[in-house]
Ligand binder design. Structure first.
Ligand SMILES: NC(=O)c1ccc[n+]([C@@H]2O[C@H](COP(=O)([O-])OP(=O)(O)OC[C@H]3O[C@@H](n4cnc5c(N)ncnc54)[C@H](OP(=O)(O)O)[C@@H]3O)[C@@H](O)[C@H]2O)c1
Length: 340
């Protein structure tokens, strides 16, 4: 089977396709014939050495990249009971996080970061570390869910999303577009900010209540306050990091929630003042994707609403470097997918 390996050298990151034999299965393992993969911003971070705790690329190279895929179970170990050959499945992002809280036991099991990922023609894992996919989703669509989809749903679920809420979404990448679909599906309002009027037009067509171009309106947080009659939003899906975090807190209502998710503009250090968080009685909620249980609840909500993930562009398996380059150019809306 063909497998991608990523290593870092003095000349920069290097991708190699290697030929490997299919993994031997343990009694509780399943083998997945992978049909599609998707990219996340996090996969770009691996090219620079990864994140703390997500740095196999540095500690034990090479790394099989990517966390997200979908495929068909093509073989099972002797004691497998959760799935059968022929089931359509996706591996979960944290291979050992099934339900409850993230703990020291399951935190290191992140595909394509803490451990080898899924960018291979076949992928094997424990039967516990997959979810079954609803029939209405194509493999390409399902492959977009394990990281970005689950993250958006984890944040909105912890924020107890309700129809009377207004949620602020930063940009139009994978996490934010999933959040937009899920907010709209719950009957709540979404305000979207983006660098591009064309992308904002897509967000409006998907049901965004208001949009703001943050290039044209650098004080977008003030405009958000204006749009909410000076009150602020209930919840921010904060994927921006250093450059947006303080503005997001200012744009949030008293006793509101900011889900801290991303670092697109770098890691926040000092701002906002802890006093602002205290004075506004904000809940800052750290998000780390989500458990298998959250993934299953996302699939249920998507199935009920017949929600199809937004795929911006397809690439072939061998075109991973080109697909990564496209993702880094940030031209996309939603997700970038690779197919077999
Ligand atoms: N904590 C977690 O569990 C978790 C899970 C998933 C992702 N993340 C993080 O969340 C972030 C987003 O991930 P993703 O996969 O959704 O990324 P992505 O698909 O690559 O989305 C990137 C988009 O973000 C927007 N953006 C870039 N710079 C911005 C800025 N200065 N201000 C506002 N928006 C900006 C751009 O959209 P526009 O052109 O529309 O502005 C860009 O296209 C990343 O930092 C990722 O590491 C964290």
């Amino acid at each position: 089977m063909k497998t991608f390996q990523l290593s870092l050298s003095e000349n920069g990151p290097q991708f190699n396709i290697v030929e490997q034999s299919q993994p031997a299965l343990g009694a509780h393992d399943v083998l997945i014939d992978v049909q599609a993969w998707s990219l996340n911003y996090r996969d770009l971070a691996m090219l620079g050495g990864g994140y703390p705790g997500n740095d196999k690329i540095v500690k034990d190279p090479p790394l099989v990249p990517l966390s997200d895929c979908a495929g068909v179970v093509c073989a099972v170990g002797s004691d497998v009971t959760r799935v059968v050959v022929g089931d359509r499945v996706s591996p979960i992002f944290y291979q050992d996080w099934f339900d409850g809280n993230l703990t020291a036991t399951n935190v290191g099991s992140t595909l394509g970061g803490g451990v080898d990922g899924v960018m291979s023609e076949f992928f094997s894992c424990s039967e516990e570390s997959v979810v079954k996919l609803p029939d209405y989703l194509s493999f390409e669509e399902a492959a977009t869910l394990p990281c970005a989809g689950v993250t958006a749903w984890e944040a909105l679920s912890l924020g107890d999303i309700k129809p009377d809420q207004t949620v602020l979404l930063i940009g139009t990448g994978g996490v934010s577009i999933f959040a937009l679909q899920l907010v709209v599906a719950q009957g709540a309002k979404a305000i979207v900010i983006s660098s591009s009027d064309e992308k904002l037009a897509v967000a409006t067509s998907m049901g965004a209540s208001h949009t703001i171009n943050y290039q044209a309106t650098p004080d977008w947080h003030i405009e958000v306050l204006g749009l909410t009659k000076g009150v602020g939003v209930d919840h921010v899906i904060e994927v921006g990091g250093a450059g947006t975090y303080e503005k997001s807190c200012i744009a949030t209502k008293l006793s509101g929630r900011v889900s801290l998710i991303g670092v697109l503009t770098g890691y926040p250090e000092q701002n906002p003042s802890p006093y602002l968080v205290m004075a506004k009685r904000l809940t800052l909620q750290g998000i780390a994707v989500g458990s298998r249980e959250r993934f299953e609840s996302l699939l249920q909500v998507m199935d009920e609403g017949h929600i199809h993930p937004v795929i911006d562009r397809h690439f072939g398996f061998d075109q991973l470097p080109m697909a990564m380059q496209y993702l880094s150019s940030a031209q996309h809306v939603g997700k970038v997918v690779l197919t077999k």
